[in-house]
Structure formats: C-alpha cells, structure tokens
Design a protein around this ligand. Structure first.
Ligand code: ARG
Length: 446
C-alpha cells in the first residue's frame, strides 16, 4: 500500500490494521472513482476561480484528472490495494504525474466532503438508472394490459376466487405500480440534489470557496449549506434512497409471487419463458420458476440493507469512520435492484398466458357480487340483495363472466382500465427522465 495521506511523524502504520480499516473501500470505490474524479475537476476549477490555485497548476491537474478518467474507463488504471481508497489513488496519481503541483488538488477539501459528493453523484446516477428500468417495466406491463384487456381470469382476495377479472387488469396493476415507483425514485433523487463539496471535514475552511458555482458545474440544484448537516446526511439520506428501491423491489416481489403461483400446475395460468426456469438435478419432470423465486428475494435483500444502514447511522454529530461502512449496503442495494430490474421488462413481455385455463377457473358463484349490486342498484337495500343472492348461488352461470368484466365500467375497473391515462402518465414521467438526462449531460460537458 502506498503511504497513507495522513502519514506524519508519530503515525504508526501496521499493514494488517490498515487493511482492516480500508475494509472493502478499494472494491467499492471503483464504483465511486469516476464521480470522485469529476467532482475533483469541479473543485480544482473552483480553486482556480478564486485564485487559490495558479491557472497553470489547475490546468495541469484538470488535464491529468481527465486522463485518469479515461484510463479508468478503458481499464488502463485499476484501483487496487496499492491504495488506501479511491481518494488516495487520485492524489497519488496526480503527485506521481505532476509532482508538487498535483498535491495542490486537496487544498480546501477533506476526504469527508470528497466521499460525500462522490456518493451523492453515484446515488443520483443510480437512482436515474433504476428509474429508467422501472419505466421500461411500466411500459412492458401496459403493452401486455392492452393485449390482454378482455382476457377473463379470476380475481382473488385471500387467495380465494372472488369475482371475474381480467389479465388486463392484472397487468395494468404492475404498470401503475412501476410508474409510481419511478416517480418515487425521481422525488428521492431530490434528496441527493444538494452539493456537499466545500464543507470539508464538516466545519468549512478558511477560503472563500465558490460553492454555488461548483454545485452548478456538477449539476446539483443547490448546496448543502451547513457542513455538519452535510455529514449528518451521509447514511441517513441513503436510507431514503433505499426506501425508494424497496418500493421497486416490493412491486417485483408481488409480480414474482403471482408468477410462481400462476405458473404452478394448480393454476396453470401462465407459462414462463424457458430461460426463466431451471430443471431439477434428480426429477426429470421438473421445470422450476427459479427466476421468479430469486426476484422475490430482492425486497428482502433491500430491506436487509436498510436495516444495516439504520444501525450504522446511530452516531453523534460529525464524521465518524463508521460511515465508511454505509457504502457497502448502498452499493449492494443498487446493484441488486439494477440487476433484477434489467430482467423484469423482458420477463413481462415474454410471459405466455393460457387464456383457456384462466377462463376455466371462473365459477358461477363469482358472479354473485354483480348480481347483488344489480339488485341493490334497482332499489333494494344492499344487505337484502346480498342475502337474496346468497340463497340462490346455484342458479348463477359462468356464461356471464364476459358481461361481468364488461360492465365494471367505473374508472380502473375491468370494463374501463384507464390504460390511456396510465399511458399518458408514463409518457410524462419518461419526459421528465429525459429532461434530467439533458440536465446532467449539460453538467458533464462543462
Ligand atoms: N473511506 C472513508 C469513508 O468512506 C473516506 C473518508 C475518510 N475520512 C476520515 N476522516 N478518515 O468514510
């Protein structure tokens, strides 16, 4: 490992202890490095603009940081355990290439605000990525809802057959859930739209840093004003991001649950694409819905990461090294959700529905509610209608299932799914997503 940044007379460096304290930083900081470099460039520009760095040094540092970013992208530079963390690697590279001038990069900042800004940029980018995936899933579900709009299937409560419903209503429910998840991800990103850079170790610095301009360059809507608050955001704001991810995972879980039930021989409503199933090592007849089952664990994983974060952030004011441990759960949750959500839209698209099996699961008694409502709409008190229908359940016929779903016409019901409304909302949310993209592209170009 290279000499740590904090080496000084009297410092004692024991390799085993150092490695323990570095924890998983090297591996995790690989995700943060591009963001850390980008923020370093903005920081150096800020220093130059207030005359704290001579133009020539600032230019040389910025050029070298850009080269480093390219090298990271191409794999030419790999963050490894020569370094304590990503921050040390950046400074070491600059000093190595530029000598004393390179070392000037750390004027007016601390690793505390450096890691905060890198994490904020990372979380913002990852929230946007998951948001796109959630919108893809919403679109896929909406397309299937249109295709299956009039396909009759049972509607269940308590997992008991309740009333006739449609596969269209089932699919549209996921379109709306994923759409809502996407808007929650957008709102949650606002928590990370504040730039902590310039708050240094948590108490500011004796320089007049152009904090607003640096925030602007990095595409942040505002600055975190109070440096101690900036430190307090770490970990606890991450809980908010992971709560939004959990909502996505919860939609995935409901879908996965339905699939594992509906793909069973007992229901036989859907056939999963072959790629989403596996065989058994002993039972030649088996075709198992492993993908759906593993997707079902996503919410457990994210929930577990939230629990871990909540425990870690039990701290007094100020920076504490405990906060380093907040990185792993955040990155793990984003990676798990991104990986799962990449597979969800194609799974929705390629799902086969067995219309005959769905239809065959309708039993005449499921028309009872419609009948009771019909009588009550004709003037009978609902409780009397309910009892009257209960007494002649045997006389109902399932031939009326199509009528039943057709007549459920209040908005959202099987006869009026409101797909155009959902489609418009999805489009609006997609437009917002694209607008954000052009904002961050503009920020990156500066
Ligand atoms: N790896 C550290 C973290 O994630 C970087 C900040 C170190 N700061 C400090 N004061 N030791 O928190």
């Amino acid at each position: 490992m290279t000499t740590p940044l904090w080496d000084k007379p009297g410092a004692e460096i024991d390799l085993a202890t150092m490695r323990y304290m570095a924890g998983r930083d090297i591996e995790l900081d690989r995700r943060l490095l591009p963001h850390d470099i980008r923020a370093s460039i903005a920081h150096v520009r800020g220093l130059r603009s207030i005359g704290a760095l001579p133009g020539a040094d600032a230019d040389a540092i910025i050029t070298e940081l850009r080269t480093l970013a390219d090298d990271v992208r191409s794999g030419e530079f790999v963050l490894d355990d020569r370094f304590e963390d990503g921050h040390s690697a950046i400074e070491a590279r600059l000093v190595d290439r530029l000598g004393a001038a390179g070392g000037r990069v750390h004027l007016g900042r601390s690793r505390n605000d450096q890691v905060l800004v890198a994490m904020s940029l990372y979380v913002r980018a990852e929230l946007a990525r998951v948001r796109t995936l959630a919108l893809d899933a919403a679109c896929a579900a909406l397309d299937r809802a249109r295709e299956l709009e009039h396909v009759v299937m049972p509607g269940y409560t308590h997992l008991q057959r309740a009333v006739p419903s449609t596969a269209g209503l089932w699919m549209a429910s996921f379109a709306e859930s994923y759409l809502e998840n996407a808007s929650l991800l957008r709102l949650s990103a606002q928590w990370f739209d504040a730039c902590p850079l310039g708050t240094a170790a948590g108490y500011g610095v004796n320089l007049d840093l152009p904090r607003d301009a640096v925030a602007d360059e990095l595409g942040f809507a505002r600055v975190v004003v109070n440096p101690m608050h900036a430190q307090a955001c770490r970990g606890s704001h991450d809980v908010q991001a992971l709560a939004a991810l959990w909502q996505v995972a919860q939609t995935v879980r409901r879908f996965a649950w339905d699939l594992s039930l509906f793909a069973s021989a007992e229901f036989g409503f859907v056939r999963l694409p072959a790629r989403a199933t596996t065989g058994s090592s002993i039972m030649p007849n088996k075709r198992n819905p492993d993908l759906a089952e593993l997707l079902r664990t996503l919410a457990a994983e994210v929930g577990g990461r939230i629990a871990e974060l909540i425990q870690i952030v039990s701290l007094p004011s100020g920076y504490h090294r405990d906060l380093q441990s907040a990185k792993a759960p955040v990155i793990a949750a984003f990676e798990a959700v991104s990986a799962a959500m990449t597979l969800v839209p194609p799974l929705i698209r390629d799902l086969e529905c067995d219309r005959a099996r769905m239809r065959a699961a309708i039993e005449p008694a499921m028309l009872a509610t419609d009948e009771a409502v019909r009588l009550a709409a004709g003037g009978m008190p609902f409780r009397d209608a309910y009892r009257a229908v209960a007494e002649r359940l045997g006389s109902l016929t399932d031939a009326d299932a199509d009528r039943s779903v057709r007549e459920r016409v209040s908005l959202g019901g099987t006869g009026n799914l409101g797909l155009d409304i959902l489609s418009r909302r999805i489009d609006e949310e997609r437009e917002r997503r694209l607008a954000d993209d052009s904002d961050s592209d503009a920020a990156e170009r500066t």
